[in-house]
Ligand binder design. Structure first.
Ligand code: SAH
Ligand code: SF4
Length: 354
């Protein structure tokens, strides 16, 4: 039988487990300290737990759901991608992005981590390397949490900001996402504040409602990439399922209760969505949602036909939004934008693993 990973156990779950195993509730607090404060990797290390309890835990549970198999330093910046193997042999990628401070390109030791939420993705956006793979499976909450634990081990520092912009659609894995978020925010576990967590979605309407019901001041990024159904459906098949007529009201609802402005992600692709009239449409949507816009010049994905517009064209598109009064960010250089860094995860080694 495959062992369950304790990373995804909340304090309440641990209290219940202790009761099942015939131990007092205070053992749950001790166990949680070993897991999160000391980052124990074996039950043997848990010296203040009775040996019989350690043995009982060891029989049914493990403390890591994935093993890091490769760490790559990017050639374009200080980002580091790492690849982890899960119990069933599937691989998952995550990206460590140092936070830039000041104008001079100096870096602090604060890091943003981009995590994956699924192996592959069922949404099949036409520009996306993850979508090309098709869908394999959801990650468990422990596999999501395990990426953060691994990043902290690799970098030797705490993860300050977390973005769900890796492989997969987080809102299509909403149950495991909410469990992971509970532990990510728990002061007894990872203790990362909701305002330091960004969920990026391609517009999964039921998932968005569930996330809103969760009631935490998380940040939301929406992969819009088209401000009309015609343009959006061309590159995002998900738009046929939840067209703008459904998505925009759901986002308005989110904006009404959210503390933060949402970000509309917009990849600029030549002759698809980067024509100047689209900038006016995008500005209208952004105004309606009181959102900011992040323009991402398309990054070439091998095997896909799309073209990145010229820098001058991207700047003109950006200027049109600024002129319309929309807060907008754009980074033309490759590798500097968080999206550019983590939007292109692809399991290069998947074939080898099969
Ligand atoms: N499924 C979620 C989370 C993944 S985020 C979502 O789509 O929002 C991945 C981000 O990288 C998205 O904003 C996506 O649109 C972007 N991305 C994907 N392929 C890209 C490419 N070729 N160039 C630039 N950005 C890309
Ligand atoms: Fe999936 Fe997001 Fe890629 Fe679309 S952009 S295929 S939703 S990971």
């Amino acid at each position: 039988m495959e062992k369950l990973c304790l990373l995804e156990y909340t304090r309440d779950n641990l209290v219940q487990l202790m009761a099942e195993l015939g131990h007092k509730p205070f053992r749950a607090a001790q166990l949680q300290e070993w897991i999160w404060k000391h980052r124990a990797t074996s039950f043997e290390q848990m010296s203040n737990l009775p040996p019989a309890l350690r043995a009982a835990l060891d029989e049914r549970f493990c403390l890591r759901a994935l093993t890091v198999v490769e760490v790559n330093q990017s050639t374009t910046g200080a980002t580091r991608k790492f690849l982890s193997r899960m119990a069933d042999g599937h691989l998952v990628e995550s990206v460590i992005i140092p936070a830039a401070v000041g104008q001079g390109g100096a870096h602090s030791d604060r890091i943003t981590l981009c995590v994956s939420s699924q192996v592959g993705c069922a949404f099949g956006c036409r520009f996306c390397a993850s979508g090309l793979l098709g869908f394999t499976r959801n990650l468990t909450a422990s596999e999501i949490l395990g990426q953060i634990v691994a990043a902290e081990e690799i970098s030797g520092t705490r993860v300050d900001n977390l973005v769900f912009m890796g492989m997969g659609e987080p809102l299509a894995n909403i149950d495991n996402l909410l469990t992971a978020l509970t532990l990510i925010m728990d002061p007894h576990a990872l203790n990362i504040g909701a305002r330091h967590i960004t969920i990026s979605t391609s517009g999964n309407v039921p998932g968005l409602r569930r996330l809103a019901e969760f009631g935490k001041p998380l940040r939301l990024a929406v992969s819009l990439h088209g401000a009309s159904d015609e343009v959006r459906s061309r590159v995002m098949p998900v738009n046929r399922k939840w067209p703008l007529g459904q998505l925009l009201p759901a986002l308005e609802e989110w904006a009404r209760t959210s503390k933060h402005k949402m970000t509309l992600e917009y990849i600029l692709i030549e002759d698809v969505n980067a024509m100047m009239p689209e900038a006016a449409r995008l500005a209208r949507v952004a105004r309606r949602l009181n959102a900011k816009v992040n323009l991402i010049p398309y990054n070439t994905v091998e095997g896909l036909p799309w073209v990145r517009p010229s820098e001058a064209h991207c700047r003109a598109f950006c200027k049109a939004l600024i002129a319309a009064g929309i807060p907008v960010t754009m980074r033309y250089e490759k590798g500097h934008d968080i999206n550019a860094a983590c939007g292109q995860l692809r399991l290069r080694r998947m074939k080898e693993a099969e």
